[in-house]
Ligand binder design. Structure first.
Ligand code: B12
Ligand code: SF4
Length: 477
Protein backbone atom coordinates (compact mmCIF):
# COMPACT_ATOMS: atom_id res chain seq x y z
CA UNK A 1 0.00 0.00 0.00
CA UNK A 2 1.32 3.44 -0.89
CA UNK A 3 0.29 6.83 0.47
CA UNK A 4 1.46 10.08 -1.06
CA UNK A 5 0.86 13.28 0.92
CA UNK A 6 0.84 16.61 -0.85
CA UNK A 7 1.03 19.89 1.02
CA UNK A 8 -1.06 22.06 -1.33
CA UNK A 9 0.56 25.44 -1.51
CA UNK A 10 -0.16 28.66 -3.34
CA UNK A 11 2.36 30.97 -4.94
CA UNK A 12 1.51 33.55 -2.27
CA UNK A 13 2.40 31.37 0.74
CA UNK A 14 5.52 32.62 2.40
CA UNK A 15 6.79 29.13 3.21
CA UNK A 16 6.04 25.64 1.96
CA UNK A 17 7.45 23.65 4.90
CA UNK A 18 5.84 20.26 5.24
CA UNK A 19 3.09 20.52 7.89
CA UNK A 20 3.46 18.44 11.02
CA UNK A 21 -0.04 17.13 10.26
CA UNK A 22 1.38 14.57 7.80
CA UNK A 23 3.86 13.36 10.39
CA UNK A 24 1.12 12.95 13.00
CA UNK A 25 -1.14 11.07 10.57
CA UNK A 26 1.72 8.76 9.61
CA UNK A 27 2.95 8.36 13.20
CA UNK A 28 -0.53 7.25 14.22
CA UNK A 29 -0.65 4.55 11.50
CA UNK A 30 2.70 3.09 12.56
CA UNK A 31 2.49 -0.41 13.96
CA UNK A 32 -1.25 -0.72 13.27
CA UNK A 33 -0.99 -2.80 10.08
CA UNK A 34 0.72 -6.08 9.31
CA UNK A 35 1.90 -5.39 5.79
CA UNK A 36 4.22 -2.60 4.79
CA UNK A 37 2.90 0.88 4.02
CA UNK A 38 5.10 3.11 1.87
CA UNK A 39 4.72 6.83 2.49
CA UNK A 40 6.09 9.86 0.70
CA UNK A 41 5.30 13.56 1.21
CA UNK A 42 5.89 16.50 -1.09
CA UNK A 43 5.53 20.23 -0.72
CA UNK A 44 6.07 22.03 -4.02
CA UNK A 45 4.16 24.49 -6.16
CA UNK A 46 4.86 23.06 -9.62
CA UNK A 47 1.91 21.06 -10.98
CA UNK A 48 3.88 19.23 -13.66
CA UNK A 49 6.50 18.10 -11.11
CA UNK A 50 3.73 17.00 -8.75
CA UNK A 51 2.00 14.97 -11.45
CA UNK A 52 5.27 13.34 -12.47
CA UNK A 53 5.81 12.22 -8.86
CA UNK A 54 2.24 10.87 -8.76
CA UNK A 55 2.86 8.90 -11.97
CA UNK A 56 6.19 7.51 -10.72
CA UNK A 57 5.10 6.72 -7.15
CA UNK A 58 1.68 5.28 -8.14
CA UNK A 59 -0.04 5.87 -4.79
CA UNK A 60 -3.16 4.01 -3.70
CA UNK A 61 -4.14 6.95 -1.55
CA UNK A 62 -3.37 10.60 -2.15
CA UNK A 63 -3.58 12.71 1.03
CA UNK A 64 -4.01 16.43 0.39
CA UNK A 65 -3.33 18.78 3.27
CA UNK A 66 -4.51 22.31 2.68
CA UNK A 67 -4.92 25.78 4.09
CA UNK A 68 -7.30 28.21 2.36
CA UNK A 69 -4.69 29.85 0.11
CA UNK A 70 -3.60 26.41 -1.13
CA UNK A 71 -7.09 25.11 -1.81
CA UNK A 72 -7.16 26.13 -5.49
CA UNK A 73 -4.03 24.05 -5.92
CA UNK A 74 -5.66 21.13 -4.05
CA UNK A 75 -8.61 21.21 -6.45
CA UNK A 76 -6.35 21.38 -9.48
CA UNK A 77 -4.25 18.45 -8.25
CA UNK A 78 -7.36 16.36 -7.51
CA UNK A 79 -8.75 17.00 -11.02
CA UNK A 80 -5.46 16.21 -12.78
CA UNK A 81 -4.78 13.10 -10.69
CA UNK A 82 -8.21 11.67 -11.48
CA UNK A 83 -7.31 12.09 -15.17
CA UNK A 84 -4.19 9.96 -14.56
CA UNK A 85 -6.10 7.27 -12.67
CA UNK A 86 -9.59 7.08 -11.24
CA UNK A 87 -8.40 4.36 -8.87
CA UNK A 88 -6.28 6.67 -6.74
CA UNK A 89 -8.35 7.50 -3.67
CA UNK A 90 -8.09 11.18 -2.87
CA UNK A 91 -8.47 12.24 0.77
CA UNK A 92 -8.24 15.86 1.89
CA UNK A 93 -7.80 17.43 5.31
CA UNK A 94 -6.33 20.45 7.04
CA UNK A 95 -7.47 23.81 8.33
CA UNK A 96 -9.30 24.76 5.14
CA UNK A 97 -11.43 21.62 5.12
CA UNK A 98 -12.19 21.97 8.83
CA UNK A 99 -13.30 25.56 8.36
CA UNK A 100 -15.04 25.22 4.98
CA UNK A 101 -16.64 21.72 5.11
CA UNK A 102 -18.80 22.28 2.05
CA UNK A 103 -16.04 23.35 -0.35
CA UNK A 104 -15.27 19.76 -1.43
CA UNK A 105 -15.33 19.01 -5.16
CA UNK A 106 -16.40 15.62 -6.62
CA UNK A 107 -12.80 14.66 -7.54
CA UNK A 108 -12.00 14.57 -3.81
CA UNK A 109 -13.38 11.22 -2.66
CA UNK A 110 -13.16 11.83 1.07
CA UNK A 111 -12.39 14.78 3.28
CA UNK A 112 -11.81 14.94 6.99
CA UNK A 113 -12.99 17.71 9.23
CA UNK A 114 -10.99 18.40 12.39
CA UNK A 115 -8.54 16.10 14.14
CA UNK A 116 -7.39 13.68 11.47
CA UNK A 117 -5.48 10.77 13.03
CA UNK A 118 -8.33 8.47 14.04
CA UNK A 119 -10.54 9.23 11.03
CA UNK A 120 -7.69 8.72 8.56
CA UNK A 121 -6.79 5.44 10.24
CA UNK A 122 -10.42 4.29 10.04
CA UNK A 123 -10.44 5.04 6.33
CA UNK A 124 -7.11 3.35 5.62
CA UNK A 125 -8.32 0.32 7.59
CA UNK A 126 -11.04 -0.26 4.97
CA UNK A 127 -8.87 0.60 1.98
CA UNK A 128 -5.72 -1.19 3.09
CA UNK A 129 -6.18 -4.94 2.65
CA UNK A 130 -8.02 -4.73 -0.66
CA UNK A 131 -6.55 -5.95 -3.89
CA UNK A 132 -7.37 -3.88 -6.96
CA UNK A 133 -10.19 -6.20 -8.04
CA UNK A 134 -11.89 -6.15 -4.63
CA UNK A 135 -14.82 -3.87 -4.09
CA UNK A 136 -14.22 -1.16 -1.54
CA UNK A 137 -16.78 -1.25 1.26
CA UNK A 138 -16.50 1.57 3.71
CA UNK A 139 -19.12 2.16 6.43
CA UNK A 140 -19.00 5.86 5.63
CA UNK A 141 -21.99 6.86 7.74
CA UNK A 142 -20.30 5.46 10.82
CA UNK A 143 -17.06 7.38 10.54
CA UNK A 144 -17.41 10.62 12.51
CA UNK A 145 -15.87 13.66 10.86
CA UNK A 146 -15.87 12.07 7.40
CA UNK A 147 -17.08 14.09 4.40
CA UNK A 148 -17.99 12.15 1.25
CA UNK A 149 -20.16 12.03 -1.83
CA UNK A 150 -23.29 9.92 -2.13
CA UNK A 151 -25.47 10.09 -5.27
CA UNK A 152 -23.86 13.41 -6.13
CA UNK A 153 -24.76 14.87 -2.74
CA UNK A 154 -22.09 15.92 -0.27
CA UNK A 155 -22.55 14.23 3.09
CA UNK A 156 -20.89 15.81 6.11
CA UNK A 157 -20.77 13.53 9.14
CA UNK A 158 -20.66 15.40 12.46
CA UNK A 159 -17.24 15.42 14.06
CA UNK A 160 -16.62 12.83 16.77
CA UNK A 161 -14.93 13.22 20.13
CA UNK A 162 -11.34 14.34 20.25
CA UNK A 163 -8.72 11.79 21.21
CA UNK A 164 -8.82 11.95 25.02
CA UNK A 165 -5.25 11.16 25.94
CA UNK A 166 -3.11 13.18 23.57
CA UNK A 167 -0.07 10.95 24.15
CA UNK A 168 -2.03 8.12 22.45
CA UNK A 169 -1.45 9.90 19.13
CA UNK A 170 2.17 8.88 19.37
CA UNK A 171 5.13 10.90 18.22
CA UNK A 172 5.07 12.59 14.82
CA UNK A 173 7.10 10.73 12.21
CA UNK A 174 9.63 13.45 11.46
CA UNK A 175 11.21 11.55 8.57
CA UNK A 176 8.61 13.21 6.35
CA UNK A 177 9.43 16.76 7.42
CA UNK A 178 12.01 19.25 6.18
CA UNK A 179 15.12 18.65 8.27
CA UNK A 180 14.96 22.36 9.24
CA UNK A 181 11.55 21.90 10.92
CA UNK A 182 12.14 22.81 14.56
CA UNK A 183 8.52 22.90 15.67
CA UNK A 184 6.94 20.79 18.39
CA UNK A 185 3.45 20.76 19.85
CA UNK A 186 2.87 20.12 23.54
CA UNK A 187 -0.90 20.63 23.47
CA UNK A 188 -3.88 21.03 21.15
CA UNK A 189 -6.50 23.76 21.33
CA UNK A 190 -7.02 26.76 23.53
CA UNK A 191 -9.56 27.35 26.31
CA UNK A 192 -10.10 31.00 25.35
CA UNK A 193 -12.63 32.29 22.86
CA UNK A 194 -11.33 35.35 21.01
CA UNK A 195 -14.07 36.52 18.65
CA UNK A 196 -11.87 36.49 15.54
CA UNK A 197 -9.92 33.28 16.10
CA UNK A 198 -10.45 29.98 14.31
CA UNK A 199 -8.91 27.91 17.12
CA UNK A 200 -12.24 27.70 19.03
CA UNK A 201 -13.84 26.53 15.75
CA UNK A 202 -11.13 23.98 14.97
CA UNK A 203 -10.61 22.65 18.50
CA UNK A 204 -14.02 23.59 19.97
CA UNK A 205 -12.40 25.32 22.99
CA UNK A 206 -11.01 22.06 24.25
CA UNK A 207 -7.51 22.05 25.62
CA UNK A 208 -5.49 18.85 25.87
CA UNK A 209 -1.89 18.54 26.89
CA UNK A 210 0.80 15.99 26.22
CA UNK A 211 2.52 14.69 29.35
CA UNK A 212 5.83 16.19 30.47
CA UNK A 213 7.50 12.89 29.50
CA UNK A 214 6.12 13.08 25.95
CA UNK A 215 7.27 16.69 25.57
CA UNK A 216 10.72 15.83 26.88
CA UNK A 217 11.02 13.02 24.31
CA UNK A 218 10.06 15.45 21.52
CA UNK A 219 12.67 17.97 22.71
CA UNK A 220 15.30 15.22 22.82
CA UNK A 221 14.42 13.96 19.32
CA UNK A 222 14.72 17.45 17.87
CA UNK A 223 17.96 18.04 19.76
CA UNK A 224 19.41 14.85 18.29
CA UNK A 225 18.52 16.32 14.87
CA UNK A 226 20.71 19.28 15.90
CA UNK A 227 17.84 21.64 16.63
CA UNK A 228 19.26 23.69 19.46
CA UNK A 229 16.49 26.23 18.89
CA UNK A 230 12.95 24.86 19.06
CA UNK A 231 9.57 26.46 18.56
CA UNK A 232 6.54 25.48 20.64
CA UNK A 233 3.73 25.81 18.06
CA UNK A 234 0.95 25.50 20.69
CA UNK A 235 -1.84 28.07 20.55
CA UNK A 236 -1.20 28.67 24.23
CA UNK A 237 2.01 27.48 25.83
CA UNK A 238 2.07 29.66 28.94
CA UNK A 239 -0.46 27.81 31.04
CA UNK A 240 0.39 24.77 33.14
CA UNK A 241 3.15 25.47 35.65
CA UNK A 242 3.28 21.96 37.13
CA UNK A 243 3.96 20.40 33.76
CA UNK A 244 6.61 23.04 33.05
CA UNK A 245 8.34 22.18 36.34
CA UNK A 246 8.32 18.51 35.36
CA UNK A 247 9.76 19.21 31.90
CA UNK A 248 12.52 21.29 33.49
CA UNK A 249 13.23 18.48 35.96
CA UNK A 250 13.49 15.90 33.17
CA UNK A 251 15.80 18.15 31.17
CA UNK A 252 17.98 18.77 34.21
CA UNK A 253 18.36 15.03 34.83
CA UNK A 254 19.40 14.53 31.22
CA UNK A 255 21.83 17.50 31.31
CA UNK A 256 19.86 19.08 28.49
CA UNK A 257 18.66 22.14 30.37
CA UNK A 258 20.14 25.32 28.89
CA UNK A 259 21.48 23.58 25.81
CA UNK A 260 18.22 24.07 23.93
CA UNK A 261 16.60 27.48 23.43
CA UNK A 262 12.88 27.93 22.86
CA UNK A 263 10.24 30.30 21.50
CA UNK A 264 6.60 30.09 22.58
CA UNK A 265 3.20 31.72 22.30
CA UNK A 266 1.43 33.17 25.34
CA UNK A 267 -1.52 35.09 26.68
CA UNK A 268 -1.03 37.73 29.38
CA UNK A 269 -3.89 36.45 31.56
CA UNK A 270 -1.97 33.23 32.10
CA UNK A 271 1.31 35.02 32.74
CA UNK A 272 2.79 35.99 36.08
CA UNK A 273 6.17 36.25 37.77
CA UNK A 274 6.35 32.53 38.50
CA UNK A 275 5.57 31.68 34.89
CA UNK A 276 8.27 34.11 33.71
CA UNK A 277 10.79 32.45 36.06
CA UNK A 278 9.89 28.97 34.85
CA UNK A 279 10.16 29.99 31.20
CA UNK A 280 13.51 31.58 31.89
CA UNK A 281 14.69 28.39 33.59
CA UNK A 282 13.55 26.35 30.59
CA UNK A 283 15.56 28.79 28.43
CA UNK A 284 12.66 30.29 26.54
CA UNK A 285 14.23 33.24 24.72
CA UNK A 286 11.08 34.82 23.41
CA UNK A 287 7.35 34.77 24.05
CA UNK A 288 4.96 36.00 21.36
CA UNK A 289 1.82 37.34 23.02
CA UNK A 290 -1.51 38.14 21.40
CA UNK A 291 -1.34 41.81 22.50
CA UNK A 292 -3.37 42.75 19.38
CA UNK A 293 -4.63 46.27 20.22
CA UNK A 294 -3.83 49.13 22.61
CA UNK A 295 -7.38 50.12 23.51
CA UNK A 296 -8.77 48.46 26.61
CA UNK A 297 -12.41 48.34 25.56
CA UNK A 298 -11.66 46.81 22.16
CA UNK A 299 -9.12 44.42 23.66
CA UNK A 300 -11.63 43.08 26.20
CA UNK A 301 -14.28 42.71 23.52
CA UNK A 302 -12.21 40.97 20.87
CA UNK A 303 -10.37 38.72 23.33
CA UNK A 304 -13.79 37.99 24.80
CA UNK A 305 -12.72 38.35 28.42
CA UNK A 306 -13.13 40.79 31.27
CA UNK A 307 -9.88 39.58 32.77
CA UNK A 308 -7.59 40.76 30.02
CA UNK A 309 -6.45 44.38 29.87
CA UNK A 310 -3.84 46.58 28.26
CA UNK A 311 -2.36 46.85 31.76
CA UNK A 312 -1.98 43.04 31.94
CA UNK A 313 -0.32 43.00 28.52
CA UNK A 314 2.04 45.71 29.74
CA UNK A 315 2.78 43.71 32.90
CA UNK A 316 3.51 40.55 30.88
CA UNK A 317 5.94 42.49 28.71
CA UNK A 318 7.64 44.02 31.76
CA UNK A 319 7.93 40.67 33.52
CA UNK A 320 9.60 39.25 30.44
CA UNK A 321 12.03 42.14 30.37
CA UNK A 322 12.79 41.70 34.08
CA UNK A 323 13.64 38.05 33.51
CA UNK A 324 15.58 38.54 30.29
CA UNK A 325 12.95 37.13 27.92
CA UNK A 326 12.03 38.95 24.72
CA UNK A 327 8.33 39.82 24.47
CA UNK A 328 6.80 40.29 21.07
CA UNK A 329 3.20 40.79 20.11
CA UNK A 330 0.90 40.26 17.17
CA UNK A 331 -0.84 43.48 16.09
CA UNK A 332 -4.39 43.53 14.72
CA UNK A 333 -6.08 46.39 12.96
CA UNK A 334 -9.48 47.07 11.42
CA UNK A 335 -12.04 45.90 14.01
CA UNK A 336 -15.48 47.45 13.34
CA UNK A 337 -15.29 50.00 16.15
CA UNK A 338 -11.61 50.85 15.72
CA UNK A 339 -10.89 54.45 14.73
CA UNK A 340 -7.81 56.67 14.40
CA UNK A 341 -7.50 57.29 18.16
CA UNK A 342 -7.51 53.57 18.89
CA UNK A 343 -4.94 52.75 16.20
CA UNK A 344 -2.61 55.36 17.68
CA UNK A 345 -3.01 53.75 21.12
CA UNK A 346 -1.97 50.43 19.57
CA UNK A 347 0.98 52.11 17.92
CA UNK A 348 2.18 53.63 21.22
CA UNK A 349 1.72 50.35 23.07
CA UNK A 350 3.75 48.35 20.59
CA UNK A 351 6.50 50.97 20.38
CA UNK A 352 7.02 50.69 24.10
CA UNK A 353 6.13 47.14 25.06
CA UNK A 354 6.82 44.85 22.12
CA UNK A 355 10.29 43.88 20.96
CA UNK A 356 8.97 43.53 17.43
CA UNK A 357 6.68 45.75 15.37
CA UNK A 358 5.48 44.34 12.07
CA UNK A 359 2.74 45.57 9.80
CA UNK A 360 -0.55 44.86 11.61
CA UNK A 361 -2.66 41.86 10.64
CA UNK A 362 -5.83 43.18 9.10
CA UNK A 363 -8.78 41.54 10.82
CA UNK A 364 -9.99 38.62 8.77
CA UNK A 365 -13.26 36.87 9.35
CA UNK A 366 -13.06 33.10 9.66
CA UNK A 367 -16.12 30.89 9.33
CA UNK A 368 -17.78 29.82 12.55
CA UNK A 369 -16.33 32.66 14.61
CA UNK A 370 -18.31 35.02 16.83
CA UNK A 371 -17.10 37.88 14.64
CA UNK A 372 -18.69 36.32 11.56
CA UNK A 373 -22.02 36.03 13.36
CA UNK A 374 -21.84 39.53 14.78
CA UNK A 375 -21.15 41.04 11.35
CA UNK A 376 -23.94 39.01 9.78
CA UNK A 377 -26.32 40.55 12.31
CA UNK A 378 -25.06 44.10 11.93
CA UNK A 379 -24.43 44.25 8.17
CA UNK A 380 -26.32 41.31 6.70
CA UNK A 381 -23.12 40.23 4.96
CA UNK A 382 -21.15 37.03 5.35
CA UNK A 383 -17.62 38.36 5.64
CA UNK A 384 -16.14 34.88 5.97
CA UNK A 385 -17.21 34.29 2.36
CA UNK A 386 -15.93 37.69 1.23
CA UNK A 387 -12.62 37.20 3.03
CA UNK A 388 -12.11 33.71 1.68
CA UNK A 389 -11.26 35.43 -1.59
CA UNK A 390 -8.81 37.86 0.01
CA UNK A 391 -7.38 35.45 2.54
CA UNK A 392 -4.49 34.51 0.26
CA UNK A 393 -2.01 36.76 1.99
CA UNK A 394 -3.49 35.96 5.30
CA UNK A 395 -0.50 36.36 7.53
CA UNK A 396 -1.57 39.90 7.54
CA UNK A 397 0.50 42.81 6.46
CA UNK A 398 -0.08 42.77 2.77
CA UNK A 399 -3.58 41.35 2.56
CA UNK A 400 -5.33 43.54 -0.03
CA UNK A 401 -7.97 45.66 1.64
CA UNK A 402 -10.88 47.04 -0.38
CA UNK A 403 -14.21 48.72 0.34
CA UNK A 404 -15.83 45.31 0.04
CA UNK A 405 -13.53 43.48 2.46
CA UNK A 406 -13.09 46.29 5.01
CA UNK A 407 -15.07 45.65 8.22
CA UNK A 408 -14.03 48.82 10.04
CA UNK A 409 -16.78 51.39 10.37
CA UNK A 410 -14.34 54.20 11.05
CA UNK A 411 -11.26 53.51 8.91
CA UNK A 412 -11.20 53.56 5.12
CA UNK A 413 -9.00 51.16 3.13
CA UNK A 414 -6.70 54.16 2.48
CA UNK A 415 -6.41 54.84 6.24
CA UNK A 416 -5.58 51.20 6.83
CA UNK A 417 -2.89 51.25 4.17
CA UNK A 418 -1.46 54.45 5.60
CA UNK A 419 -1.27 52.94 9.10
CA UNK A 420 0.22 49.72 7.79
CA UNK A 421 3.06 51.75 6.33
CA UNK A 422 3.45 53.71 9.57
CA UNK A 423 3.83 50.55 11.66
CA UNK A 424 6.16 49.05 9.08
CA UNK A 425 8.44 52.11 9.03
CA UNK A 426 8.55 52.34 12.82
CA UNK A 427 9.41 48.65 13.00
CA UNK A 428 12.42 48.64 10.70
CA UNK A 429 15.04 49.59 13.30
CA UNK A 430 13.13 48.00 16.20
CA UNK A 431 13.06 44.65 14.40
CA UNK A 432 16.77 44.82 13.59
CA UNK A 433 17.56 45.48 17.26
CA UNK A 434 15.36 42.52 18.14
CA UNK A 435 17.39 40.21 15.90
CA UNK A 436 20.64 41.48 17.42
CA UNK A 437 19.25 40.78 20.92
CA UNK A 438 18.06 37.32 19.89
CA UNK A 439 21.36 36.49 18.24
CA UNK A 440 23.18 37.76 21.35
CA UNK A 441 21.12 35.44 23.55
CA UNK A 442 21.98 32.46 21.37
CA UNK A 443 25.63 33.47 21.31
CA UNK A 444 25.91 33.58 25.08
CA UNK A 445 23.87 30.46 25.77
CA UNK A 446 25.19 27.09 26.95
CA UNK A 447 24.55 25.44 23.60
CA UNK A 448 26.61 27.99 21.70
CA UNK A 449 28.48 25.56 19.42
CA UNK A 450 25.30 23.83 18.32
CA UNK A 451 23.47 27.16 18.10
CA UNK A 452 26.06 28.52 15.70
CA UNK A 453 25.93 25.34 13.62
CA UNK A 454 22.14 25.54 13.69
CA UNK A 455 21.97 29.16 12.58
CA UNK A 456 24.46 28.55 9.79
CA UNK A 457 22.57 25.46 8.64
CA UNK A 458 19.22 27.29 8.62
CA UNK A 459 20.80 30.24 6.81
CA UNK A 460 22.29 28.08 4.06
CA UNK A 461 19.18 25.92 3.66
CA UNK A 462 16.79 28.85 3.42
CA UNK A 463 19.18 30.78 1.15
CA UNK A 464 19.19 27.91 -1.32
CA UNK A 465 15.52 27.08 -0.85
CA UNK A 466 13.80 30.21 0.52
CA UNK A 467 10.32 28.74 0.52
CA UNK A 468 11.48 25.42 1.91
CA UNK A 469 10.05 23.26 -0.88
CA UNK A 470 10.45 19.64 0.00
CA UNK A 471 10.27 16.11 -1.38
CA UNK A 472 10.67 13.56 1.39
CA UNK A 473 12.34 10.20 1.02
CA UNK A 474 9.94 7.26 0.72
CA UNK A 475 9.59 5.81 4.18
CA UNK A 476 8.26 2.43 5.23
CA UNK A 477 5.86 1.96 8.13
C1 B12 B 1 2.66 26.06 12.39
C2 B12 B 1 1.84 26.82 11.40
C3 B12 B 1 2.48 27.30 10.25
C4 B12 B 1 3.97 27.04 9.98
C5 B12 B 1 4.19 25.65 9.50
C6 B12 B 1 3.21 25.37 8.40
C7 B12 B 1 2.85 24.04 8.29
N1 B12 B 1 2.51 23.83 7.01
O1 B12 B 1 2.87 23.28 9.24
C8 B12 B 1 4.29 28.12 8.91
C9 B12 B 1 4.80 29.32 9.67
C10 B12 B 1 5.31 27.77 7.83
C11 B12 B 1 2.88 28.38 8.37
C12 B12 B 1 2.65 28.84 7.09
C13 B12 B 1 1.39 29.11 6.63
N2 B12 B 1 0.25 29.10 7.34
CO1 B12 B 1 0.09 28.38 9.12
N3 B12 B 1 -0.25 27.73 10.84
C14 B12 B 1 0.49 27.06 11.65
C15 B12 B 1 -0.31 26.68 12.93
C16 B12 B 1 0.07 27.66 14.06
C17 B12 B 1 -0.14 25.27 13.42
C18 B12 B 1 -0.37 24.17 12.36
C19 B12 B 1 -0.26 22.81 12.99
O2 B12 B 1 0.72 22.13 12.80
N4 B12 B 1 -1.26 22.40 13.80
C20 B12 B 1 -1.26 21.15 14.52
C21 B12 B 1 -1.79 20.01 13.64
C22 B12 B 1 -1.85 18.73 14.45
O3 B12 B 1 -3.12 20.36 13.28
P1 B12 B 1 -3.56 20.51 11.74
O4 B12 B 1 -2.47 21.10 10.97
O5 B12 B 1 -4.87 21.19 11.72
O6 B12 B 1 -3.75 19.01 11.25
C23 B12 B 1 -4.78 18.14 11.70
C24 B12 B 1 -6.07 18.20 10.87
O7 B12 B 1 -6.26 19.42 10.19
C25 B12 B 1 -5.99 17.02 9.95
N5 B12 B 1 -5.30 17.12 8.68
C26 B12 B 1 -4.44 18.06 8.23
N6 B12 B 1 -4.00 17.75 7.00
C27 B12 B 1 -4.57 16.59 6.64
C28 B12 B 1 -4.46 15.84 5.47
C29 B12 B 1 -5.18 14.65 5.37
C30 B12 B 1 -5.05 13.82 4.15
C31 B12 B 1 -6.00 14.23 6.45
C32 B12 B 1 -6.73 12.97 6.35
C33 B12 B 1 -6.11 15.00 7.61
C34 B12 B 1 -5.40 16.17 7.71
O8 B12 B 1 -5.29 16.07 10.73
C35 B12 B 1 -4.25 16.73 11.46
C36 B12 B 1 -3.93 15.97 12.71
O9 B12 B 1 -5.01 15.93 13.58
C37 B12 B 1 -1.78 26.88 12.44
C38 B12 B 1 -2.77 27.29 13.52
C39 B12 B 1 -3.22 26.09 14.32
N7 B12 B 1 -3.19 26.26 15.60
O10 B12 B 1 -3.55 25.03 13.78
C40 B12 B 1 -1.60 27.95 11.34
C41 B12 B 1 -2.52 27.92 10.15
C42 B12 B 1 -2.72 26.51 9.69
N8 B12 B 1 -1.77 28.63 9.10
C43 B12 B 1 -2.51 29.33 8.32
C44 B12 B 1 -2.04 29.99 7.15
C45 B12 B 1 -3.03 30.88 6.44
C46 B12 B 1 -0.73 29.79 6.68
C47 B12 B 1 -0.14 30.34 5.37
C48 B12 B 1 -1.03 30.19 4.18
C49 B12 B 1 0.28 31.78 5.58
C50 B12 B 1 0.80 32.47 4.34
N9 B12 B 1 0.02 33.40 3.82
O11 B12 B 1 1.84 32.17 3.85
C51 B12 B 1 1.15 29.49 5.22
C52 B12 B 1 0.87 28.23 4.39
C53 B12 B 1 2.02 27.29 4.42
C54 B12 B 1 1.70 25.98 3.77
N10 B12 B 1 0.86 25.91 2.78
O12 B12 B 1 2.26 24.98 4.15
C55 B12 B 1 -3.95 29.34 8.78
C56 B12 B 1 -4.84 28.56 7.84
C57 B12 B 1 -6.21 29.20 7.77
C58 B12 B 1 -7.02 28.59 6.71
N11 B12 B 1 -8.15 29.19 6.48
O13 B12 B 1 -6.69 27.62 6.08
C59 B12 B 1 -3.86 28.75 10.25
C60 B12 B 1 -5.04 27.90 10.71
C61 B12 B 1 -3.65 29.94 11.22
C62 B12 B 1 -4.83 30.90 11.24
N12 B12 B 1 -5.81 30.74 12.11
O14 B12 B 1 -4.86 31.82 10.47
N13 B12 B 1 1.92 28.01 9.25
S1 SF4 C 1 -6.30 34.09 19.67
FE1 SF4 C 1 -4.98 32.82 20.93
S2 SF4 C 1 -5.84 33.03 23.00
FE2 SF4 C 1 -7.43 33.71 21.57
S3 SF4 C 1 -8.69 31.85 21.21
FE3 SF4 C 1 -7.15 32.02 19.57
S4 SF4 C 1 -5.46 30.73 20.25
FE4 SF4 C 1 -6.74 31.18 22.05
Amino acid sequence: MKILFINCVSETDFAYSMPLAVSYLTGYLKGKFKEKIFVKAISINDTSKILKIVKDFKPDVLGLTTTTPGYDMAKLIAKEVKKISKKIIIVAGGSHITLFNDSIIPEIDYAISGEGERVFYELIKYIYPKKSKDKLIIPKKEIAGLIYWENEALIINPRGEFIKNLDDIGHPDRRLLNPTNNMLFTSRGCPFNCIYCSSPVIWKRTFRMHSAEYVFEEIKTLYKQKHSVQWFGDDLFTCNKNRLRKIIELMKKDHLLGKVSFMALGRSETFDEEMAKLLKELNVLEVAFGFEVGDDKILKRVKNSQFISVEKNKMASELCKKHGILATGGIMMGFPEEGHKEVMKTFKFFKKYSDVMNSPNIVMVFPGTALQEELKQSTGKDYAKIHMETIRLSFGGEMPITEESNISRKLTPEDIDKYRKMFHRAGIIKNKIHYIKLFGKLFFSKGIALNMYYLYHIYITTKNNPRREYISPTIVL
